[in-house]
Design a protein. Structure first.
Length: 84
């Protein structure tokens, strides 16, 4: 009789552990989404003027580096023509 109570107790404690595990996982997932929403609510997005100026800066650097690479490529090609 004592063994039956122990086995029953172990089975119920196993299922309670499984239930507690899924409860913890559920709270962790819910907490993640709550914290993510809170972080996104604090984000301040830049205005149109800041976006336009940053885009102009990026495009000008891309253009300048492109010109630099084209000039380097031309110079290296001329050097290889002379060598070979």
């Amino acid at each position: 009789m004592a063994k039956e109570k122990v086995e029953t107790k172990n089975k119920s404690s196993f299922w309670s552990k499984v239930g507690n595990f899924f409860k913890k996982v559920g709270f962790a997932i819910a907490g993640f989404f709550v914290r993510t929403y809170q972080d996104l609510s604090r984000v301040r997005f830049p205005g149109k003027k800041a976006i336009v100026s940053a885009t102009c800066i990026v495009l000008s650097f891309v253009f300048l580096f492109g010109v630099y690479i084209i000039i380097d490529d031309f110079i290296i090609a001329q050097i290889f023509k002379v060598i070979y």
